[in-house]
Design a protein around this ligand. Structure first.
Ligand code: HEC
Length: 150
């Protein structure tokens, strides 16, 4: 038996956005819905304004009304890619929003400050909590991708 079949490294899709929209589209398909990329970004924008803008600012620049009350300054979310050599760190941001990766101002790991709200919404809609929250996070990430500045 030869060892000639070496595992080849899998190449990532060219942009994080393509990957993200694929994931969001799969979720939409699974839910029996079809959404365009634009719908997903709009949904994410509404969620962002409702749950994040109070600290990160309406435009994402980190200047929301609560910013001055916090010890850590809310990150400028329009410069995530710029801070990461031009690459949007998709999974790191997913982990940050889902609270696997902790930001103290976001609350505790088991319950980021928006977690209970999203869980309640899922219950009200009679939807699977995990899938619902995952979809909401992906739509917020799609929105964040749309506001990145070069
Ligand atoms: C209570 C205020 C507050 C709210 C609400 C809030 N954040 Fe934050 N967020 C912060 C602070 C403060 C930091 C910076 C923490 C640090 O530097 O230690 C941060 C950091 C982040 C980061 C890390 C950025 C990076 O470049 O690594 C992301 C992503 C983020 N927030 C997304 C969100 C999203 C999305 C929401 C809404 C679902 C949200 N935040 C809601 C206060 C908040």
């Amino acid at each position: 038996m030869s060892m000639s079949h070496r595992a080849r490294s899998t190449r990532l899709p060219s942009t994080a956005l393509a990957l993200l929209l694929q994931a969001a589209a799969l979720q939409a398909t699974a839910a029996g819905l079809t959404h365009s990329g634009e719908d997903i970004v709009n949904t994410g924008g509404h969620l962002y304004q409702a749950k994040c803008a109070v600290c990160h600012g309406a435009s994402g620049k980190g200047d929301g009304p609560y910013a001055n009350l916090l010890t850590a300054r809310p990150s400028d979310l329009t410069l995530i890619s710029r801070r990461n050599d031009g690459e949007f760190p998709l999974w790191k941001i997913y982990e940050t929003i889902s609270a696997n990766e902790m930001v103290p101002a976001h609350g505790v790991r088991d319950m980021p400050i928006w977690g209970q709200e999203l869980a309640d919404e899922a219950a009200t809609l009679g939807m699977n909590e995990k899938s619902y929250i995952r979809g909401r996070i992906f739509s917020m990430i799609a929105y964040l991708l749309s506001i990145q500045q070069p």
